[in-house]
Design a protein around this ligand. Structure first.
Ligand code: PEP
Ligand code: MN
Length: 305
């Protein structure tokens, strides 16, 4: 892809690991979990403790909510950030929260360990420049109408400001299909790994909008090589102030984490079996050359239809 100087896959295929308070994104199995919106102190702290107990590695929660309607719940703002701070102290989990305005980046950054750029702001170039200057880890969601090239160029804006700490997050795109809230494009996982050194997470909550679809899509994402997941979990989903159809209960999240750990172990076993058979065939053929990005033909370039 042209114009990608800092985000493009490296010649030695080395992938970036982004350190968030000791959580190594790109190496550890990263699960960011928590409510769509911070609503009350009790709701957020109880959720933080429940997701931590189940094995989540970071807490999410929106204090600034980009809503379709100006009359829908817009988030608690500063009050929400203070609640997240308490939840961090109670649970020990780093905080992921969205910033929507350039004027808020520095003070929201005092509460957030990761600043999230939402799908609707993916191409807000002044916001990208501002979070780039902040130097903080950034979770950059894919815009719902954006191509991979547009998305990676947005990551390039952040790196170009001297901030290498970018984590990508696929959250579904608009297609003709209306059964799901969005069409979760899991093909972006191998595509991002082919084109870039940045880690990629999957958000099956916004990606499907349907609670029952979170588990199968999460497992599929891990199998396809995702570096982790961002999942909405609520203390009482039917009464959530936003996204009530897609938030998991504590029990559902706990079950999911058990399955994710098993899937992770299976994938690691698969990886070592792969490595064993690759080194065996390399020995037999006398070849052991590493595949380098740039030397390798584009894997999808010879598709004819
Ligand atoms: C969110 O994660 O809270 C959110 C609003 O997601 P998206 O920007 O992907 O719609
Ligand atoms: Mn949501």
């Amino acid at each position: 892809m042209k114009n990608l100087k800092l985000v493009a896959a490296r010649p030695d295929c080395q992938r970036s690991i982004i350190n968030v308070q000791g959580v190594e994104v790109g190496k550890d199995l990263v699960v960011i979990a928590g409510p769509c919106s911070v609503e009350t102190e009790r709701q957020t702290i109880e959720t933080a403790i429940a997701v931590k107990r189940a094995g989540a590695t970071m807490l999410r929660g929106g204090a600034f909510k980009p809503r379709t309607s100006p009359y829908a719940f817009q988030g608690l703002g500063l009050k929400g950030l203070k609640i997240l701070d308490k939840a961090k102290k109670e649970s020990g989990l780093p905080i992921v929260t969205e910033v929507v305005d350039t004027r808020d980046v520095s003070w929201v950054g005092e509460y957030a360990d990761v600043l999230q750029i939402g799908a609707r702001n993916m191409q807000n170039f002044s916001l990208l420049r501002e979070v780039g200057k902040s130097g903080k880890p950034i979770l950059l969601k894919r815009g719902m109408y954006s191509t991979l090239e547009e998305w990676l160029n947005c990551a390039e804006y952040i790196l170009a400001e001297g901030n290498p700490n970018v984590i990508l997050c696929e959250r579904g795109i608009r297609t003709f299909e209306t059964y799901t809230r969005n069409t979760l494009d899991l093909s972006m996982i191998p595509a991002v790994h082919h084109e870039s050194h940045l880690p990629i997470l999957i958000d099956p909550s916004h990606g499907t909008g349907i609670r029952e679809m979170i588990e199968p899509m999460s497992l599929a994402a891990l199998m396809a090589g995702a570096d982790g997941l961002e999942i909405e979990v609520h203390i009482d989903p039917p009464n959530a102030l936003s996204d009530k159809e897609q938030q998991l209960t504590f029990a559902q999240f706990e079950d999911l984490m058990v399955k994710l750990r098993k899937a992770r172990a299976f994938i690691q076993a698969l990886g070592s079996a792969d490595a064993a058979s690759a080194s065996e065939s390399a020995l037999q053929s006398g070849k052991g050359k590493a595949i380098r990005a740039g030397e390798e033909p584009h894997p999808f370039s010879d598709a004819v239809d």
